[in-house]
Design a protein around this ligand. Structure first.
Ligand SMILES: NC(=O)c1ccc[n+]([C@@H]2O[C@H](COP(=O)([O-])OP(=O)(O)OC[C@H]3O[C@@H](n4cnc5c(N)ncnc54)[C@H](O)[C@@H]3O)[C@@H](O)[C@H]2O)c1
Length: 397
């Protein structure tokens, strides 16, 4: 049967592109999820969500049955859609500068498929000014397209709930672009906030940098408390209990993943490397694995100690390893300890061991990612270091 999309999502099988595509399809739009990874496209069309995202698989199955959704690598669907959304990855390079070209290259690659009258929604997190650059590039190519920048703000893994509950920030260079974006996102939420494009770009980057700095505050305070042989979590509780002014004070632990660090670095680059707070947060957060190993060296004869790392993904109850600091910890420990065992039941790498084997073989155990099921493990009286305090016995190292 011929599929005639209302919306094509470029990057539509990614961690945030797929949920967005599915939720628009669930709201009655005909959505084409355009991607370049053949295996993933095939899996998605069979009803498989290729990563952990709460309840998303149920919605995927529904939109496949209703014939509102198709994953494909056929770029001619762009031309048939009134709305095109781009949500590809926007990493930083080896100098921690944003790689604009990724986004521009994708637009150039599909340029022949764009047509006058479309609404192009940029949804990747971008360096400030990128939307303007793309708007000017399309005008130079003679295209009359409404360009909007409407950032994605969901927490990975919780898309179904968040796409329909979080307010949506929208911006555009044209009045009609703003009206059309408003109408589009009103399918998902009643809370729409209109700002200028660069304000929207910064709102997204500031959000991620704020979270990254917030984690760094917790991690720095953790180190201070720990260096004085005090439990950070006792102090954390004393500070936060019935004290609303400090609501949102994070727990200590690895602050990693594909977004927070790189978005903090995008502001650093935009602000000519004078974003001191962002760079300080980076030193604290990225330094945590080294700090942990230094502390272990003070407490154990590490070179004769077998260490187990529980949790390799970058966040709890998820299967995403992108930029996970567990791997940095593993690398340092492989240099400093007798043996290192790693376990994560979400992952299938052949160097990983089961939780039981890790507990049996390790002299000491570190909980690096706070997966909830670690709460119910039998640690057999082994020494466990729990920087996240998920076992509720404190986080001292
Ligand atoms: N992951 C998150 O929780 C999250 C949350 C908010 C915002 N963001 C932002 O959203 C953007 C995407 O992040 P992500 O985590 O979904 O990345 P991702 O790598 O999981 O997804 C990107 C998708 O784009 C596809 N792609 C790449 N080139 C393409 C092309 N030429 N044509 C079609 N598809 C192509 C990839 O195959 C992939 O499926 C980034 O800018 C990120 O900062 C991510």
């Amino acid at each position: 049967m011929k599929f005639s999309p209302d919306i094509t999502v470029i990057g539509g099988c990614g961690h945030v592109g797929l949920p967005l595509s599915i939720m628009f399809a669930y709201k009655g739009m005909k959505v084409c999820a355009l991607d370049i990874r053949e295996d993933v496209i095939k899996a998605v069309n069979r009803g498989i969500v290729p990563f952990l995202d709460k309840n998303l698989d149920k919605y995927l199955k529904e939109v496949l049955v209703s014939n509102n959704f198709l994953a494909t690598d056929d770029d001619s669907f762009i031309n048939q859609s009134e709305v095109v959304i781009i949500i590809i990855g926007t990493p930083v390079d080896e100098h921690l500068n944003p790689r604009f070209n990724d986004l521009l290259d994708v637009i150039k690659r599909y340029l022949k498929e764009f047509k006058d009258g479309q609404l192009l929604v940029l949804r990747s997190t971008v360096y400030p000014g990128t939307s303007k650059m793309i708007n000017e590039m399309l005008i130079r190519n003679g295209l009359k397209i409404d360009i909007a920048f409407c950032p994605e703000r969901i927490a990975q893994g919780y898309s179904v709930k968040e796409l329909t509950s979080l307010p949506q920030i929208i911006s555009s260079f044209t009045k009609s672009g703003l009206e059309r974006s408003n109408k589009l996102f009103s399918l998902l939420t009643n809370d729409i906030i209109e700002v200028e494009p660069m304000e929207a770009e910064l709102a997204k980057l500031f959000t991620n940098a704020w979270r990254y700095i917030n984690f760094a505050i917790a991690n720095q305070f953790y180190m201070v408390a720990n260096d004085f042989n005090l439990d950070f979590y006792k102090i954390h509780h004393a500070m936060t209990y019935k004290y609303p002014r400090i609501k949102g004070f994070a727990k200590a632990g690895f602050a990693a993943g594909p977004c927070l660090f790189k978005d903090t670095m995008q502001i650093a680059s935009f602000y000519k490397n004078s974003f001191f707070l962002g760079h300080s947060a980076m030193l604290v957060n990225e330094g945590l694995p080294d700090y942990i190993v230094d502390r272990l060296k003070q407490k154990h004869d590490l070179i004769n100690t077998k260490v187990g790392i529980l949790g390799m993904t970058f966040k709890a109850n998820n299967d995403d390893i992108r930029e996970s600091l567990s791997f940095k910890l593993k690398k340092i420990l492989e240099f400093e300890a007798k043996e290192v065992y790693c376990s994560d039941y979400h992952l299938g790498f052949n160097y990983l061991v089961s939780e039981k084997e890790l507990i049996d073989k390790s002299d000491i155990i570190l909980i690096a990612t706070p997966h909830s099921r670690y709460n119910s493990l039998d640690f057999k009286n082994k020494k466990v270091y729990d920087i996240w305090n998920i076992l509720g016995k404190g986080g001292k190292i």
